[in-house]
Design a protein around this ligand. Structure first.
Ligand SMILES: C[S@@+](CC[C@H](N)C(=O)[O-])C[C@H]1O[C@@H](n2cnc3c(N)ncnc32)[C@H](O)[C@@H]1O
Length: 273
């Protein structure tokens, strides 16, 4: 099994841009949800699939006495994260590890965070179970599971709704991943020893998020995914690119409206009876 089937796209320069833009777009609305989690003083936190450390570093700000570990498979992202946040090195560690086999004992963390990763791997339910294993009873799991049917834009010169219906399905089928994990995660969590499952939503739209920031996400997706989507859809690259362009034009148009609904899911690990 390929444990990071999007490795090429994840390691691309466009992904570094994308993670920065996504953090800028999503974090302001996610922050109150994060602050609401019941974590003890001096918490231990794990950020699974931490990428370039965008959110690991923000977690260090929100929890100033926390000890934080960020793990990812891509060493280049981890190196960038270490280089970007040397001031956090005393309490934030970035290390290479596989989310399917986390190198930590059971019940090691008070809070486990996993953002924008579950849509990119096969068998996300296995990684969810692994994250539950390393979270202590009473601890919290905080996940952003993407769902590519939750993207809307109008007016657009092309039928982007049809594109967002077709492309993720073709991609999922070709890679064995679930690009609709946003709606499927509840079912997976119900099979695990968790309680208080909560689903909040961040509304990334053209009213709440600066258009330039919002557009940057789609520009990065365009640059990183056009070729592979064309291949899986059986479309010419120019046609895929044009659908991204139509989205971006709508987002940048002061009279256009676009919305990306981002689920933010949390659950508490059940205490052993
Ligand atoms: C879209 S990025 C999200 C980065 C970060 N969580 C954020 O919110 O900015 C997904 C990350 O998950 C990582 N990843 C994918 N499969 C993984 C696995 N099996 N174990 C650890 N990390 C993995 C990728 O390398 C990538 O850096």
């Amino acid at each position: 099994m390929d444990r990071n089937p999007q490795a090429e796209q994840m390691a691309d320069e466009s992904m570094v841009r994308n993670l920065a833009a996504q953090a800028e777009a999503i974090w302001p609305q996610e922050l109150p949800i994060m602050r609401g989690h019941p974590v003890p003083a001096n918490p231990t936190i794990l950020d699974v699939g931490c990428g370039t450390g965008e959110i690991t570093s923000r977690l260090a700000e929100v929890f100033p006495t926390a000890t934080i570990t960020g793990v990812d498979l891509i060493e280049a992202h981890l190196e960038l994260a270490r280089a970007r946040y040397p001031q956090l090195a005393e309490r934030v560690t970035f290390r290479q590890a596989d989310a399917f086999e986390l190198p930590f004992a059971a019940a090691s963390f008070d809070l486990v965070v996993c953002r924008h990763m579950l849509q990119a791997i096969p068998h996300p339910e296995r990684v969810l179970a692994e994250m539950v294993r390393v979270t202590r009873p009473g601890g919290v799991l905080h996940v952003i599971p993407e769902d590519y049917d939750m993207i809307h834009a109008a007016p657009t010169r092309l039928d982007v709704a049809a594109f967002w219906h077709a492309a993720p399905r073709a991609y999922s089928a070709a890679t064995g991943t679930d690009l609709h994990i946003g709606r499927n995660i509840y079912h997976h969590l119900r099979a695990l020893p968790v309680e208080d499952i909560r689903i909040d939503y961040v509304a990334v739209d053209t009213l709440r998020v600066p258009r330039a920031t919002f557009a940057s996400v789609f520009e990065a997706w365009r640059d990183g995914y056009t070729d592979v989507l064309a291949q899986h859809l059986g479309w010419p690259e120019a046609k895929v690119r044009d659908h991204f362009e139509a989205m971006i034009e709508c987002i940048r148009d002061p009279d256009g409206f676009a919305l990306w609904v981002v689920p933010v899911v949390s659950a508490r690990i059940r205490a052993a009876c």
